[in-house]
Design a protein. Structure first.
Length: 434
């Protein structure tokens, strides 16, 4: 049988589809969206009951978020104070800009507005709470028992004496030093969830806000249960206060709020082999003038290797404009450099990429570290195609990069078979139909 051009095209699409399915199956094995079930200790953020506004210094406002944990596993979780055998708790804030049909249109986005240092757990009260479990056996305060909850109020989660830096924690293994550093700065802001006051805007028709809690614990991580440790909940702006509303979305990081509000958004979970999880959200909007807006959000759930670059394919004659990047500021004495990633339009290589400094040059460069989200955006004069982008990893110890299926202004040209079959070169093939 002779392969016609039409059959070659169909085969190429078939091969690409298989590659896509393979990537998605790899992600599904460690899904961050769904609770993972009874696999030894398995701590989740069961509820985000409240927030607290600690005040501001004019430019920045400090918040903290209450968190209630639940052990959904089948073994107790260690909760031992003054050691490195207890959970640490990150708190984050996101803003979703809603799409509109104005001129020019606003296609919508999600951005991370602020982050906290880590609240160190010190004792579990082990309550039986409907929806978590019966909490049998009267567990000690040094453990979170099976089916038990433990609440930390927003006040406790903002207590500066119990806040330690993120930089001392390997979120994939759960390891951290027992003696953690204390935050520097004012008594109002130090270590707490810090947000630019100007970005808290009471305009629900344009902006929606979401808080996130994220637990990391050594024995939960050792059991491979780190994929469901972050949950989010909507908050309503009242002046500069943030009032919780609606349910807590257990086991779902805040980036999923973007898709919940805008069905045109796609979310992909990307597993680093033998390591952590990145989550990529993206949307492409037609500007109505022969260009398209490409919007990407990349969230590092728990990869210690971290992100050092992000790249998407473009055509060699693409016109790329309005390139953007947004990160979120570390603070209170964290050692990280806040320099923005450098954009590069590589027409010869067919890539639009952003990069931070190499880890060998600056180990404290502005990498995309755990429980953090960065944004990448641009306009292009080509419509979207399904293709494969790349998240480059910052630290050694794994692959140089991991692929992610997304939309970009160029079709994928990656050779899947070394003989070129996927590119239509059938010269070395004999097709026999029985």
């Amino acid at each position: 049988m002779t392969l016609t051009n039409d059959r070659v095209v169909k085969l190429r699409r078939w091969v690409f589809a298989i590659a896509c399915v393979g990537l998605l199956i790899g992600a599904a094995t460690a899904s961050a969206e769904a609770p993972e079930g009874d696999l030894s200790p398995d701590v989740v953020v069961f509820e985000l009951p409240s927030t607290l506004n600690w005040g501001d210094d004019g430019a920045l406002t400090a918040y903290s978020v209450g968190t209630t944990s639940c052990n959904r596993g089948d073994a107790p979780l260690d909760w031992i104070s003054s050691t490195n055998e207890h959970p640490v708790i990150a708190q984050n804030l996101y803003r979703v800009t809603l799409p509109d049909d104005g001129s020019p249109p606003e296609h919508g986005s999600i951005e991370m507005l602020g982050m906290s240092w880590l609240k160190h757990g010190f004792v579990s009260i082990n309550s039986a709470t409907p929806g978590c479990g019966d909490c049998p056996g009267n567990p000690p305060g040094s453990q979170l028992g099976v089916g038990c909850t433990d609440p930390y109020s927003a006040g406790l989660n903002g207590s500066q004496s119990r806040l330690g830096p993120r930089s001392e924690v390997n979120a994939y293994t759960g390891y951290f030093e027992a003696n953690y550093a204390v935050p520097s700065g004012s008594s109002t802001l130090a270590g707490r969830l810090q947000v630019r006051t100007s970005e808290i805007v009471e305009d629900p028709a344009t902006f929606r806000y979401f808080v996130e809690g994220h637990y990391v614990s050594p024995d939960d991580a050792a059991a491979g249960n780190g994929g469901n440790n972050a949950s989010f909940r909507e908050v309503v702006v009242d002046g500069t206060d943030l009032d919780t509303t609606g349910p807590t979305e257990e086991g779902r990081p805040g980036i999923y709020a973007w898709r919940d509000l805008d069905p045109a958004v796609t979310i992909r979970e990307v597993v680093v082999p033998g390591e952590g999880i990145f989550i990529v959200g993206f949307k492409v909007g037609d500007n109505g003038d022969g260009t398209w807006r490409y919007e990407y959000a990349v969230f590092n759930l728990n990869s210690h290797l971290s992100g050092g670059s992000f790249a998407v394919p473009i055509y060699s004659d693409s016109q790329i404009t309005d390139i953007g990047f947004r990160d979120v500021d570390s603070h209170s004495g964290e050692p990280f450099d806040g320099t923005d990633w450098t954009p590069e339009v590589d027409l010869a290589g067919g890539m639009m990429r952003w990069t931070t400094e190499d880890s060998a040059v600056n180990p404290d460069a502005n990498a995309l570290r755990w429980s953090t989200m960065y944004n990448f955006r641009f306009d292009a004069d080509s419509p979207p195609q399904e293709t494969v982008g790349q998240i480059g990893l910052f630290r050694d110890g794994g692959p140089a990069s991991v692929p992610v299926i997304l939309l970009a202004p160029a079709a994928d040209t990656t050779t899947i078979f070394v003989d070129g079959f996927d590119l239509g070169d059938t010269s070395g093939w004999d097709v026999v139909v029985p």
